[in-house]
Design a protein around this ligand. Structure first.
Ligand code: CS2
Ligand code: MG
Length: 402
């Protein structure tokens, strides 16, 4: 089954997405998400200029071989651009394999290990009262696991909090906005936020929080300990994870569960974190960690150490990634939870899909392949619109993690 075409579709129905479409000589096509928020065109070029020409004529059935060809053949291994490109090829080939077999991809991955995929949502507020309202709203929508983020008293803006009443979308047009950061203000505030949320909603719901790489290890230990009375489902990205050893210090001081990995792109990024059980959930996802094939290898390693999956699922991952992630989530044994940030209406029309949400759970559907497509004519009506993620500076102007 030879590949006869591989092309990249860049579209911006409210935010930018990069999609790879592979077509076989039999006319079967598969899709892969290749979106890297804020650096989209780097992956589009990597695919268009360097990968697509090498795919033509190859056998679309040879997923693992093509993965290894692109990984080892690049010589320059790993990194978010390379691994997002490989992920897109891998995902598209799994889509094709499912269509040819007339099976949903999760059936090719070993079948369902559960009836549906539990998801968590985002409840964000400019202050605690707004965050409380957002939690109540999402409980009404049926979610039982809710990530809570709030503005921090004294800080003009912070990660995870939308400006105005628009849905939260971190990438901004017109350049890079600069946030100001105070660790002390954050560490003082964050236990109060969850004290209030527990007081309002009780102990039943699972609460999550994303620290978003902004603390040092000992500060993360302090945050984790201060949150223990509110027994979070997880504290995410407590400290930058380039230095995996750093998590030993956090682990020594707190039992608050830890989730890390949305910025990882290869198993080596989390190998020590998993093998030393320094984390409880690994956040790697299809689009940035080498596709379904590589994500399965990360999950298999994690299973040996009782680490569960908790794949990233923000709106800057396209419906193609969400569909692929749900097939993976439905099948993988050591599933933990899946992030669910619903896309806007335009995006859902550009990317018609089978997956669905109901009462805190999602299902990929049973269409052959991934169960997602792209309306290329409609996609062409939304040209690329450059947008950048914000940066963070400490109050004295020092650059900091956003
Ligand atoms: C966040 C993301 O969803 C999350 O956990 O960390 O929203 C992240 O900020 C964006 O994906 C960055 O593009
Ligand atoms: Mg995150």
């Amino acid at each position: 089954m030879k590949i006869v075409d591989a092309r990249v579709i860049v579209t911006c129905p409210g935010r930018n997405f990069v999609t790879l479409k592979i077509v076989t000589e039999d006319g079967v096509h598969g899709l892969g998400d290749a979106t890297l928020n804020g650096r989209e065109l780097a992956v589009a070029s990597y695919l268009t200029d360097h990968v697509a020409p090498l795919l033509i004529g190859r056998d679309a059935r040879r997923i693992e071989d093509i993965w290894q060809f692109l990984y080892k053949g690049a010589y320059w291994r790993r990194g978010p651009v390379t691994m997002s490109a490989i992920a897109a090829v891998d995902t598209a080939l799994w889509d094709i394999k499912g269509k040819v077999a007339n099976l949903p991809v999760y059936q090719l991955l070993g079948g369902a290990s559960r009836e549906a995929v539990r998801v968590y949502c985002h409840a964000n507020g400019t202050d605690v009262d707004q965050a409380v309202k957002a939690v109540a709203h999402h409980l009404d929508l049926g979610y039982t696991a809710i990530r809570v983020q709030s503005g921090i008293p004294g800080l003009h803006s912070t990660y995870g909090v939308a400006k105005g009443d628009r849905p939260y979308e971190p990438a901004e047009k017109g350049g890079v906005s600069e946030h100001r950061w105070s660790t002390e203000a954050y560490l003082t505030f964050i236990p109060r936020l969850f004290e209030r949320i527990r007081a309002e909603f009780g102990d039943e719901i699972d609460l999550l929080h994303d620290v978003h790489h902004r603390l040092t290890p000992i500060e993360a230990a302090r945050a984790g300990r201060s949150l223990e009375p509110y027994h979070l489902f997880w504290m995410e990205d407590p400290t930058p994870a380039e230095q995996q050893d750093a998590f030993r210090l956090i682990r020594q001081h707190t039992v608050t569960p830890i989730a890390v990995g949305e910025v990882f792109n290869a198993i080596f990024d989390c190998q020590q974190l998993i093998q030393e059980q320094l984390i409880d959930y690994v956040r790697t996802t299809v689009v940035h960690a080498g596709g379904i094939s590589h994500l399965r290898k990360i999950a298999a390693l994690a299973e040996l150490y009782q680490v569960r999956t908790g794949s990233h699922g923000a709106t800057d991952l396209s419906p193609v990634c969400m569909a692929a992630a749900l097939h993976f989530d439905l099948s993988v044994h050591n599933f933990g939870i899946q992030e669910h940030m619903p896309h806007n209406a335009e995006t859902d029309v550009v990317f018609p899909h089978e997956y669905s949400y109901r009462d805190g759970f999602m299902h990929p559907g049973d269409a052959p392949g991934l169960g997602v497509d792209i309306d290329e004519a409609l996609a062409a009506q939304y040209p690329y619109d450059p947008a950048y993620l914000p940066v963070n500076r400490k109050l004295d102007g020092t650059m900091h993690s956003w």
